[in-house]
Design a protein around this ligand. Structure first.
Ligand SMILES: O=c1ccn([C@@H]2O[C@H](COP(=O)(O)OP(=O)(O)O)[C@@H](O)[C@H]2O)c(=O)[nH]1
Length: 464
């Protein structure tokens, strides 16, 4: 039985309505008793043993005792299940988010099962408050209310709260980023939750890609199968973008810059992945770069123009706490070809083309890849879907050549779709027929680095 946990395929069940990704809409948390089944819903089976898949890896995933709290006594009913929670904050460049994960540990030597995620998001991100860190701290305080409503009060003191900041804070001057982090530490310290050492930090880009890869491969069951098949991930944030996959060919590893290869141990397997985070190549940073405005601090009088924007469009674009004047080219041309030419300059020669992107057959693409695919009508927002790289290109052309039609959806849609097309094709070197699985959630859990980071916290994946 010791090995049995490795045969469990992670199955997740929806115990109650999952809150939508309504940025800015701070939740009413509908049901204060986590795990309460919906009326009429079938009683979920939490784990699903698959006896035919024997995997001799012996190590269980359970929190290392020094990190987390003693295993509970069996309840009077004789139920030895241990429920525990992990709270992970994602301080992204465009918003801050909270993920409250509920795990069930059936047996101390077996892997706990991820049972539920509560997710909420607010906009804008912490970096927006670079000149007013206290207000930034307030957004985290607001999100903590979700944790208080989701985690039963008796568990607060042993539930860890961790915040990791990504591109938004990486792009800020150090003193401003530190002031924001310090503010968050104070908010955590005054909260009733368990605040581990180093619980508030800026995450390295390389970790961001690896942890998202861990999340997606965990949620899709690939970490449990003995086929060693995994899926790659593409994450397009506001400030940075990540690519991570498990190379099949040695040449991919040998020809990659050494910092693009990461190793870690997960559920007793050693993985060596290709991963990189491109700072300044997230969608919003790329908009600014296309407009020639990236880093143009203090040029608030200047209007930055682009043929990717509707000709008569004019806007104040805010990113990272700075405001930029932007517009289309009123008497000039707009459209796909010119736009492609502009965005290509942002990508060409900067993005490394891995030897083998076509080999790693399926890539899960999420965050802004997903959002823009929904906005442009490529996929349905509630279901997600799979598209080929060429579908992005086709839709980008249509959006750019009919800007008035899509303007109401977003005046930046032409620029964004063209950037995504160019990044995939000329940046990473994907073929037209590479399949991208676009998803915001897998089994009702957000596809983001946050779950991987929670595993990393509990188990220390020792990524290097
Ligand atoms: O759990 C998550 C985390 C992020 N996102 C989306 O992914 C994008 C990520 O942008 P972010 O501001 O985090 O970018 P970064 O700071 O990583 O560049 C945004 O559209 C978010 O709404 C999401 O849907 N779920």
């Amino acid at each position: 039985t010791y090995y049995r946990h490795h045969r469990y395929v992670p199955y997740f069940y929806r115990y109650r309505g999952h809150s939508a990704n309504a940025e800015n809409l701070l939740p009413e948390v509908p049901d204060p008793t986590p795990g309460a089944a919906q009326p009429g819903a079938p009683i979920p089976e939490v784990i699903n043993p698959r006896p035919e898949l024997l995997d001799p890896a012996p190590e269980a995933f359970h929190p290392a005792p020094e990190v987390v709290h003693p295993i509970e006594e069996a309840s009077p009913a004789g139920d030895a299940n241990r429920v525990f929670y992990g709270v992970m904050f994602d301080a992204g460049s465009t918003g801050s988010r909270i993920h409250v994960y509920r795990f069930i540990q059936k047996d101390p030597v077996e892997l706990p099962v991820l049972d539920h995620e509560m997710f909420h998001a607010v906009k804008p991100g912490l970096s927006h408050y670079k000149d007013n860190p206290e207000k930034g701290g307030d957004t985290i305080r607001q999100l903590l209310k979700v944790a208080k409503k989701t985690v039963p009060e008796e568990d607060w003191g042993r539930t860890p709260v961790v915040l990791k900041a990504t591109a938004g804070l990486r792009l800020l001057p150090e003193d401003q980023a530190n002031a924001l982090l310090e503010e968050v530490r104070e908010v955590f310290d005054e909260s009733p939750f368990f605040v581990p050492n180093n619980s508030v930090s800026i995450m390295e880009g390389a970790k961001e890609g690896v942890l998202a890869w861990v999340t997606v491969n965990f949620l899709t069951g690939h970490l449990y199968s003995n086929t060693r098949k995994t899926v790659g991930i593409l994450d397009l944030g506001g400030g940075s973008t990540q690519i991570t996959f498990l190379p099949k060919s040695k040449k991919t590893v040998q020809s990659a810059p050494p910092t693009y290869i990461a190793q870690f141990n997960l559920f007793d397997h050693m993985y060596q992945v290709y991963t990189h985070s491109y700072l300044g190549h997230g969608l919003f940073a790329a908009r600014l770069a296309t407009l020639g405005a990236l880093g143009a601090d203090g040029l608030d009088w200047k209007v930055f123009t682009s043929s990717c924007l509707p000709k008569k469009f004019r806007d104040e674009f805010t990113f990272g706490g700075n405001i930029y004047q932007v517009s289309g080219i009123p008497d000039g041309y707009a459209g796909y070809k010119l736009c492609y030419h502009e965005v290509k300059k942002v990508i060409k020669g900067i993005v490394h083309q891995p030897f083998e992107v076509k080999g790693s057959s399926v890539f899960y693409a999420f965050s802004h890849y997903f959002d823009r695919a929904v906005d442009s009508g490529l996929i349905d927002g509630s279901r997600g879907g799979s598209v080929e790289v060429r579908d992005f290109k086709k839709r980008a052309k249509e959006v750019c050549n009919k800007m008035t039609k899509y303007r109401a959806v977003s005046p930046y849609l032409c620029m964004d779709m063209t950037y995504i097309t160019c990044l995939l094709k000329e940046g990473f070197g994907f073929k037209d027929n590479t399949v991208l699985q676009l998803s915001k959630k897998v089994n009702n859990v957000e596809t983001s680095w946050a779950l991987g980071a929670t595993f990393d916290y509990f188990r220390n994946l020792n990524i290097h």
